[in-house]
Design a protein around this ligand. Structure first.
Ligand code: AMP
Length: 282
């Protein structure tokens, strides 16, 4: 597996692959990789001749006071996982390589989409995500790029951005990989103490309770009823504090009154100081 730290190395390698008629898949990550990330690489390797993964903790998607400094980093372990899953090149740039002195161009999705869900408590987050992902798309010029459904708002925002800016890249959404007890795998799960880890199961418990309620009804269920049930499940856990639990359209991300096919039910919950997200689409 090639380890590239500069934009020019990536460009040169991708150019050589393209000259051989090979297709390229991109898996953007912030490192601290787990089976969720690995599943994206596996999907990319199955559909593309060559796979590039990026490992970059992107400062512009963190607000002041968030966990940029403490975000887990273990590049050697990341490389072991990536190479085992069939990644051909990992792009591991410095902050200066991605944001050179005088950097001033940002990609901002100016719609309600980025103000919903996580956008309410993280108003500058998606500007940072869209900027770094655009830059990665321009550097790697992949045929396809792979993102997890665990970050459902991010996936919807990236799809809209690709449509708006005509990137011509197929965006592939991959299912959420979970721990045995249902907790969605996340690099931030490492922040949880043993008691918090146990309390964190409440996110998935609220999801399964909602899914049971929806499955038991022949009609469309009012969103309020589903959300109320989920709130009561999460609130029963003393260590949990709800940031949001909402039902929205999975493409526009605008709130819906009734839960139906295509409804995204998403939640963000603090377990202690750690903010965890999860979701499911009906
Ligand atoms: P991150 O490193 O957290 O920025 O995530 C990089 C990519 O991995 C994003 O597209 C995430 O949605 C995806 N991802 C993170 N956790 C999971 C998971 N548990 N299952 C599937 N994909 C995931």
């Amino acid at each position: 597996m090639i380890i590239a730290e500069t934009i020019s190395e990536v460009r040169e390698q991708v150019r050589a692959w393209r000259a051989d008629g090979l297709t390229v898949g991109l898996v953007p990550t912030m490192g601290a990789l787990h089976e969720g990330h690995a599943s994206l690489v596996t999907a990319a390797a199955a559909q593309c001749d060559r796979v590039v993964a990026s490992v970059f903790v992107n400062p512009t998607q963190f607000a002041a006071g968030e966990d940029l400094e403490s975000y887990p980093r273990d590049f050697e372990h990341d490389c072991q996982i990536l190479s085992a899953k069939g990644c051909d090149m990992v792009f591991h740039p410095s902050v200066g390589e991605m944001y050179p002195d005088g950097f001033a161009t940002y990609v901002n999705l100016e719609s309600e989409m980025t103000a919903q869900l996580c956008g309410k408590s993280r108003p500058s987050h998606f500007r940072g995500v869209c900027t770094v992902v655009s830059k990665l798309f321009n550097i790697v010029t992949p045929d396809r790029a792979y993102f997890g459904q665990k970050d459902a708002q991010q996936l919807a925002v990236i799809k809209q951005m690709v449509r708006d800016l005509g990137f011509g890249i197929e965006i592939v959404g991959c299912p959420t990989v979970r721990e045995e007890d249902g907790l969605a795998k996340s690099s931030r799960n490492t922040y949880l103490s043993a008691e918090e880890r146990s309390a964190a199961r409440v996110l998935y418990s609220s999801i399964t309770a909602a899914q049971e309620m929806i499955a038991a009804s022949d009609d469309e269920v009012p969103a309020d009823e589903v959300l109320e049930l989920m709130r009561s499940v999460v609130s029963a856990e003393p260590a949990a504090k709800i940031d949001y639990i909402e039902a929205v359209d999975s493409i526009s991300l605008m709130p819906v009154e009734y839960v139906k096919k295509g409804t995204l039910i998403a939640l963000a919950v603090y377990i202690g100081k750690t903010r965890l997200i999860d979701n499911f689409t009906v």
